[in-house]
Design a protein around this ligand. Sequence first.
Ligand code: THG
Length: 280
Amino acid sequence: MVTVVRGKDCEVRFGLGLPTVIIGERINPTGKKKLAEELKEGKLNIVEEDAIKQAEAGADIIDVNVGAVGVDEEEMLPRAVKKVMEVTNKPICIDSANPRAIKKALEVYPYKALINSVNGEERSMEEILPLVKESGNAVICLTMDEKGIPKDVETRVSIARKIIQRAESLGIPRDDIVVDCLAMAAATDSSAGKITLETLRRVTEEFGVSTTLGVSNISFGMPNRALLNIHFLTMAIFNGLTAPIVDPLVDGLLEAIRAADFLVGRDPYGMNYISIYRKK
Ligand code: THG
């Protein structure tokens, strides 16, 4: 299974056994007052800046999320997507809980996007999957449903199975399905990390699909979040994670990814690992 997404003259491929691909998380107002304020005022300066900075730091795909209280996502998501396209050729991950906002953003994106996301709720599958099929994009599938986020591995795996079956029954190829095993705050549940890692291993083994994680969720509420994020990330890469959503500007993060890829055989002869040091 190989997932392909595209920007202008730019193709990104990821999947089992391939080098880890970085989805840049910074364009997201969660916990960022300044960005939230700007978006409320209809401004896109920080969006533009963060798109450029992340691409320069090594992001392969740019996540665009403008969800905050007082922001009209149906207006701002397509505007933000256009702004990001003006300053980088990187493929875009369209991140919203609002299907109408996703639809409007897709209308301005002429390449192959990663839609973030669908989940196991009947309503979500009915709204998002036909859109994925029609547009020929790829889609992130969250392993949760109307009952919320399952506490156990087995239920997460069965939700992944359900979404994959539904998507395939509509004619969406499995290559275009990216499963999110869900990283939750370890501060509020000490088993959170282990459950996510185990789910990743199972989903990778049973379905062979590409996978993603909002890695930074794991460290909410803890000091030295970057340290926790980096360690969790390398463990997840060992368990099959192919395309993490992370902040590529964090010191040492890119190096940790390249090291992990090399050590688990996803970077033959260490060519990507070595190239970091050639540049320096
Ligand atoms: N799965 C999928 N998509 C996702 C998530 C996921 N999209 C959103 C989120 N989770 C991943 N992105 C982020 C972005 C920022 C942070 C965490 C996850 C974050 N922000 C800091 C905070 O809130 O404190 C602010 C950091 C700063 O100021 O620089 O932690 O799980 N499919």
